[in-house]
Design a protein. Structure first.
Length: 137
């Protein structure tokens, strides 16, 4: 994912979160081989990521500022090289992503990220000086 300096800082407890505002969906195909993204809220047997109202507002602001189309959101993945969480803006979910919708914001979770973020909350602190995502729980 190619990055753009957005002036937004992202930090996390235990697992740092890097914000990458590259918004590509290279290689995405909508056909029978790629099932549609799963709505994470429909999983009755486990509690996936919760998005705080402040984090939802920051996601909406980032999507709006990047001038992305409706349905875009924040995608969280596990970086294969460093095994850390990484996030970036995306036009939509990738096949097999879980989708969490909250407060008008969409967050797309890769399968490995879903496992790492189970029962966690994506929160945000927004001040005049900076905006920060962090994990709690």
């Amino acid at each position: 994912m190619a990055g753009v300096d957005s002036g937004i800082e992202a930090v996390g407890r235990a697992c740092p979160i890097k914000l990458n505002t590259g918004a590509g969906r290279e290689g995405h195909r909508d056909d029978a081989r790629n099932p549609p993204p799963r709505d994470a809220r429909k999983r009755s047997n486990r509690h996936v990521l919760t998005v705080s109202p402040e984090a939802a507002a920051l996601v909406r602001q980032l999507v709006r500022t990047a001038d992305l189309p409706e349905g875009s959101g924040l995608r969280i993945v596990v970086d294969g090289q460093h095994h850390s969480l990484s996030m970036g803006l995306a036009h939509g979910p990738e096949p097999q992503d879980d989708v969490v919708s909250s407060g008008g914001a969409r967050v797309f979770l890769s399968q490995p990220a879903t496992g790492r973020l189970e029962s966690r909350t994506l929160a945000a602190e927004v001040t005049e000086v900076r905006s920060v995502f962090y994990l709690s729980g």
